[in-house]
Design a protein around this ligand. Structure first.
Ligand code: ADP
Length: 477
């Protein structure tokens, strides 16, 4: 089997390989991927540092052309890359292809942004002096990504980093090296000078840890767990480095008495269970007012009966497997915790057997949950959701906001008054009205508040905030 190597200083390197296993079929090895050492990470940082002066001064047309070429190739290969994604991560083929298209669109967007770099020119308060405000690249950017969006998250960090003239050391999650390798290969062949983008596939505790402790990494963008996020923050403060954290959520989805029942059920089932509940924008707290509660729970139960959990690559599958054994254990542990806390397991929660050996879990729906239970406060990151019954809109809003997180918040209602009030008062970075809490566009800001996120927003024009530093220049006329 071909060994997919790391890219350091423009060379493919590495000998020791690790098998990438398909969670829908654990007999299926997706490929062998090199495992980087701390020395490799050191070489990657040195290469990115050496490449920075020239790349930071490269022409905007060169950056545009490379990003556009990468976008075109990703979009042209969407079926193949989408299949690779589904095979290594376990989301359905439709979701895998959709995510791949999104990655292509992100590269296309930032190819355009490279041609739209703007500054400001304004008069000084002192006569005969002009002021220019410009944005410059930050330097070497460390990119550390999770397994749940194997191509979109790398894309939305790598594309702006390169667009604004930074060089990159990219460490993908151990479970999904396939898509990471593929986009680095595409960018490399699109003509990136050596050292501008370095790939170090390897362990967080080795490669990631090295990046955190490298004074030559000027910025780190991280998506993953709270624990690792805190490490990134502490190490970055030490080096006076810019950092950006995206650490998940416990997103509420409110259903009011006046909701359109079909809209509410579709949105709730989508955001609680699709992509196996493994999205930071998943909603695992469904907060329902008492007038619609019983009808809503019955309709969700009916809808769940029609959901097919099976091999991600199989036609007709709605929900693929959980990503690996330890995540499956975490999900089933939380199901036991929910039961022991007194919530009622109204649907699902069983481990399922399918034709191929994989980590299949039937979506689990709890009812009679309270917002104080652990299943309502801690991120589970699986297809496990709870319904919390409330009296009215005011209690629903208070419950929705009563969480340490603040990524995405949704409501199903036909009331303009409540929708407007909710948009204004939901303590979250993103608010959805009559839509699932998950499912966001690539050209607008993504991010949260409270315990979910730290630093500037990702995606769209707002990405410039993190990937550039501002300069103010004064000139005597
Ligand atoms: P998840 O629960 O999504 O696996 P992690 O925070 O463990 O969350 O992983 C997210 C990313 O952070 C992965 O690429 C992982 O390898 C990396 N990582 C894990 N531990 C560390 C660490 N100590 N230092 C730097 N990166 C790490």
């Amino acid at each position: 089997m071909t060994l997919h190597q790391n890219l350091i200083a423009g060379e493919w390197v590495g000998s020791e390989g690790v098998a990438n296993i398909n969670p829908s079929d654990t007999n299926d090895v997706v490929g062998e991927y090199a495992r980087a050492s701390a020395e490799d990470a050191n070489s990657a940082v040195a290469a990115a540092k050496a490449a920075f002066p020239e790349w930071s001064r490269s022409g905007i047309l060169e950056r545009h052309a490379i990003l556009k070429k990468a976008a075109d190739e990703i979009l042209a290969r969407k079926e193949e890359l989408g299949r690779l994604l589904s095979r290594e991560e376990g989301k359905t083929l439709a979701e895998g292809i959709g995510e791949t298209v999104r990655a292509g669109q992100i590269f296309e967007f930032f190819a355009g942004e490279a041609l739209r770099l703007v500054g400001e020119v304004l008069p000084s308060v002192r006569p005969n002096i002009g002021v220019e405000i410009t944005r410059e690249p930050v330097g070497v950017v460390g990119i550390i990504t999770p397994w749940n969006f194997p191509i979109a998250i790398p894309a939305w960090k790598i594309a702006p980093a390169l667009c604004y003239g930074n060089t990159v050391v990219f460490k993908p999650a151990e479970l999904v090296p396939g898509c990471a390798w593929a986009i680095v290969d595409i960018l490399h062949r699109a003509g990136l000078p050596k050292g501008v983008l370095n790939l170090v596939m390897g362990k967080g505790s080795v490669v990631g840890h090295f990046m955190l402790d490298s004074p030559d990494v000027q910025a780190i963008t991280f998506t993953g767990s709270i624990g690792t996020g805190k490490r990134v923050a502490a190490a970055s403060i030490e080096y006076n480095r810019k950092f950006q954290l995206e650490m998940g959520g416990k997103n509420p989805f409110v259903v009011l008495d006046d909701a359109d029942l079909n809209v509410a059920v579709e949105a709730a089932v989508n955001c609680a269970f699709f992509s196996t509940g493994q999205r930071c924008t998943t909603s695992s707290r469904i907060i329902v007012t008492e007038g619609i509660h019983d009808r809503f729970v019955a309709a969700v139960g009916e809808r769940l009966k029609a959901i097919v959990v099976d091999n991600a690559l199989k036609a007709g599958t709605h929900i693929g497997p959980v990503v690996d054994e330890s995540q499956l254990k975490q999900d089933t542990d939380y199901i036991e915790i929910g039961k022991s806390e007194g919530a009622k397991l109204a649907f699902g929660g069983d481990i399922l057997k399918r034709d191929t050996p994989g980590f299949y879990l039937q979506p689990a729906l709890f009812t009679e949950a309270t917002n104080q239970m652990r299943i309502s406060r801690e991120e589970i990151f699986g297809p496990v959701a709870s319904v919390i019954r409330v009296k009215d809109y005011d209690e629903a809003l208070a419950t929705a906001n009563d969480t340490p997180f603040g990524l995405s918040s949704g409501i199903a209602t036909t009331s303009l008054k409540h929708a407007t009030h909710f948009k204004r008062h939901a303590e979250a970075g993103m608010v959805m009205v009559n839509l699932p809490t998950a499912g966001v566009d690539f050209h607008v800001p993504f991010g949260g508040r409270k315990g979910s996120s730290y630093g500037p927003r990702e995606q769209g024009k707002f990405a410039a905030e993190f990937y550039t530093t501002v300069k103010t220049a004064y000139t005597l006329a």
